[in-house]
Write a protein that binds this ligand. Structure first.
Ligand code: APR
Ligand code: PHB
Length: 389
């Protein structure tokens, strides 16, 4: 089998890249080691920047997002039991759209199936080969048989645990990492959200976040210790703890109900440099992770795909390798800004186990500055709604 671009991973990065390239007449094959249902079962991010909305429009998959997504013109930050609003629309002219990653993935999968472009699910032992030369290939097993896919380029869109980054010789890649001493315990429930907008809460018992997927489905998170087990968190224990971290109005308005998903995720900052190795490119979580506090993970995956799809179109259409030569540098410049913002939001909002009285006073001053200085609020809003591509 042969294709122009072999894409490893059918998460949002791989599917969006496939769709944008298909629209430009470039052939792709996607190799995914899980089933489509498994991929759709993962509950992940939910805040979409305008730039990503534009890419989904370009890919022809934004109809449901425009119909069902919730446009948010601001967010709330709570500390000292008091809520403060950051007005994105007023400060930056931009909004964000609240629409689940699961739904984006579903929309992209349907569009790909309709386009007839192949996705091979449950492909085992996917292995990128010879990407340092002119003729890269990807080997995989499917239904007990070995297969080989010849291609012009390989796009490693296979997430943090994927094979693409791990296939690069250790001496050619540099890794940067910070692991945070806490996790997020998240639940999804078919209950109306506690507020019209997201609420980010700094509390002495730990951070909490009130988010949503629709007017009838809520997503809540609690900062928790990494030693916690999800089985120890009954729904009632979760709601009781959330109430302790909410402000008075939130406590009164909170509607509780049975959870439909509950999980614990660690928080990590991670960047791999560079993002191109000959004819292999990394995109999305394969190359970088941000802690979820800034809502940047999915949006960064989209901006990588934006740079990469344009670079590949330029390569085929104009016979120029300028775009692919610049891909890693362009993507990393934006990634590091999002890494900084996500680290800053995480540091400002969480309770760090080792923090001193001095650290906590500084954190309070940071929050106080954010809600009392328009310059600070603009800086936060500008990063949250997304820096330009
Ligand atoms: N072979 C083939 N597929 C693989 C392999 C492998 N060895 N390893 C992982 N995959 C698949 C995973 O099963 C998954 O479906 O690659 C896909 C990677 O998808 P994601 O982890 O969702 O990563 P990405 O597409 O980059 O999405 C961006 O940013 O912050 C996050 O929530 C956000 O998950 C989103 C991510
Ligand atoms: C979510 O809704 O899952 C969500 C929203 C905002 C974040 C992180 C997660 O910062």
């Amino acid at each position: 089998m042969r294709t122009q671009i072999a894409i490893i991973g059918a998460g949002p990065s791989g599917l969006l890249l496939g769709q944008l390239l298909h629209g430009q007449g470039i052939d792709t094959v996607i190799l995914e080691n899980r089933s489509a249902d498994y991929v759709l079962g993962r509950i992940r991010a939910g805040v979409i920047e305008q730039g990503m909305v534009g890419l989904l429009e370009e890919a022809g998959v934004a109809a449901r997002l425009h119909g069902e997504g919730l446009v948010h013109g601001g967010t709330e930050i709570t500390f000292d039991d008091t809520r403060h609003r950051i007005d994105f629309k007023k400060l930056t002219g931009k909004t964000v759209t609240v629409y689940g990653q699961t739904e984006i993935t579903r929309d992209l999968m349907e569009a790909r199936a309709a386009s007839g472009a192949p996705t091979i699910y449950e492909a085992q032992d996917v292995t990128p080969l010879d990407f340092d030369g002119e003729k890269p290939r990807v080997r995989y097993r499917k239904d007990g048989k070995d297969h080989e896919l010849a291609c012009d380029f390989i796009a490693g869109c296979d997430g943090f645990h994927g094979v693409s980054r791990q296939s690069v010789p250790a001496g050619s890649i540099e890794l940067f990492e910070r692991v945070y001493p806490f996790g997020w315990l998240g639940i999804l429930s078919d209950t109306p959200p506690v507020s019209d907008e997201l609420i980010y809460i700094n509390h002495e018992r730990g951070f909490a976040l009130c988010s949503m997927r629709s007017h009838t489905r809520s997503r809540y998170y609690l900062q928790c210790s990494l030693a916690e087990h999800v089985e120890d968190w009954s729904d009632s224990r979760f709601w009781d703890e959330l109430k302790l971290r909410l402000d008075k109005e939130g406590r009164e308005r909170l509607v509780t109900g049975a959870s439909i998903e509950k999980s614990i995720a660690p928080l990590r900052s991670f960047v791999a440099e560079p993002m191109r190795f000959g004819r292999l490119f990394l995109a999305g979580d394969a190359a970088h992770i941000v802690p979820p506090t800034g809502a940047k993970g999915l949006n960064l995956a989209a901006s990588d795909v934006h740079y990469l799809s344009r670079a590949l179109v330029e390569f085929y259409r104009e016979k120029s390798s300028a775009g692919i030569d610049h891909y890693s540098g362009r993507a990393l410049a934006r990634i590091w800004k999002a890494e900084r913002f996500s680290w800053w939001m995480t540091t400002m909002l969480h309770r760090f186990p080792e923090s001193s009285g001095f650290d906590r006073r500084l954190q309070h001053a940071e929050l106080d500055y954010l809600v009392s200085s328009s310059a600070a609020a603009v800086a936060m809003a500008e990063n949250y709604v997304g820096l330009p591509y």
